[in-house]
Design a protein around this ligand. Structure first.
Ligand SMILES: Cc1ncc(COP(=O)(O)O)c(C=O)c1O
Length: 394
């Protein structure tokens, strides 16, 4: 165990891993989470931090963040419900998903959530109808250069469109509150935030000329974490962001952040075991008991995050493996050219580091339940003596 422990301590300073627990499991290190909160608060003094619940919705994570005075950015009623269950008050919740399910807007509004984001005319009309008189943030499009996982195709309004939307939303009785953006997840270029803040400054000028005041600039998420490559520290990003906010927007605007990955990634480790090993042509394959469908979707080819992996055989000679999950799906591959100990065999453990973001939360991702299965009415009639839909859903 010593080399693995060294490896883990060197990279994450993690103390203990339960040896008796059956794999796969994710170990959460709550002190690390508290440290991350403190670092963010210290780097952005006076800012309001909204944790993006989609990154990790475990109740223990939510409780710690609640007690650390962190607020919450949510994507659905499901996430709001989780937060209310943990005693978090509505004022600490912002419903910032740009495309919300209509009935969920209404539920959120009736529950007392009063801050919403939109990035389209249809969404703003939905808000005016279902959450009348609420405060709103407009999400603008910004370049996602420097991001490993860009979001700029799917989200955000141009500045002209945003300006028109502020006018229209105000006419419909919503309350202009702020502007938000996302520079793309895992963004290693601090200037990405600065360029986006420049856009906010231009929009703010246009709004001011119409008597609309911006109370908040919400600079979103995207703060990078170290998987295998070194990335800028949060303090480095903060220095450039704080200075841009000061010079481009002045002091009289509230700064909000929505970190997801950076608050939770290094707080957890996914522990898996080898369940099979086989030579397939030129490649040697190693199969473990958790893969892209069970927590590691970000390792999937078309996303491509490269997690750091430790074993208890670090001193042994290495060879290249294709590392795969347990499912019967050929896409369930965690990495295609990974250097791992040649001696790895059945039941050996693999420790997947920095597995606290977008892993366990995929079970109820964005707080949106999986589609139910119902039987078409005619089929239900035929099967009614043997089968009931509720049984199929189990
Ligand atoms: C609206 C919003 N805010 C914040 C985040 C968190 O981003 P990250 O995990 O890159 O910090 C996301 C992620 O998709 C998001 O959609």
């Amino acid at each position: 165990m010593s080399s693995s422990t060294d490896c883990l301590q060197r990279n994450h300073n993690f103390a203990r891993i339960p040896v008796e627990e059956e794999t796969p499991f994710i170990v959460l290190y709550t002190e690390k989470l508290k440290d991350n909160c403190r670092r963010f608060r210290h780097a952005f003094p006076g800012a309001k931090i909204y944790f993006a619940v989609k990154a990790n919705n475990h109740p223990a994570v939510i409780q710690i963040l609640r007690d650390e005075n962190i607020n919450f950015d949510v994507a659905s009623w499901g996430e709001i419900y989780l937060l209310l269950q943990q005693g978090i008050c509505q004022e600490r919740i912002a419903f910032n998903a740009p495309s919300k399910i209509p009935r969920e807007i209404k539920k959120a509004f009736l529950a007392g959530v009063d801050t919403f984001t939109f990035d389209s005319t249809m969404e703003l009309e939905k808000l005016a109808a279902l959450a009348p008189g609420s405060k709103f943030l407009v999400r603008i499009a910004v370049d996602n250069l420097g991001s490993f996982y860009p979001l700029d195709q799917k989200f955000g309004m141009g500045l002209e469109e945003a300006l028109n939307s502020f006018r229209y939303a105000k006419e419909l009785g919503l309350i202009p509150y702020g502007v938000t953006f996302h520079v793309g997840s895992q963004n290693s270029d601090p200037q990405a935030w600065v360029r986006a803040i420049e856009k906010v400054a231009a929009l703010r000028e246009g709004l001011a000329s119409e008597g609309i005041e911006l109370k908040v600039v919400d600079i979103g998420g995207g703060y990078p974490v170290c998987y295998r490559e070194k990335v800028p520290e949060i303090e480095e990003i903060a220095a450039q962001v704080n200075s841009a906010v000061e010079t481009l927007l002045g002091g009289d605007i509230e700064l909000w952040l929505e970190p997801g990955r950076a608050l939770v990634s290094n707080t957890a480790m996914l522990v898996t075991s080898v369940i099979n090993r086989a030579q397939r042509g030129e490649n040697e394959w190693l199969y473990v008991d958790a893969g892209v469908f069970h927590g590691l979707i970000e390792a999937w080819d078309s996303i491509g995050f490269e997690f750091q992996i430790c074993t208890e055989k670090e001193q042994d000679s290495k060879k290249r493996f294709v590392l795969a999950g347990p499912t019967c799906d050929s896409g369930d591959v965690i990495g295609r050219n990974l250097s791992l100990p040649d001696s790895l065999t059945l039941d050996d453990r693999l420790y997947i580091l920095s597995a606290g973001a977008y892993t366990n939360s995929l079970e109820f991702y964005n707080g949106i339940p999986f589609p139910r299965v119902i039987l078409a009415p005619a089929d239900a009639a035929q099967l009614s003596t043997n089968y009931r839909p509720e049984e199929i859903e189990k």
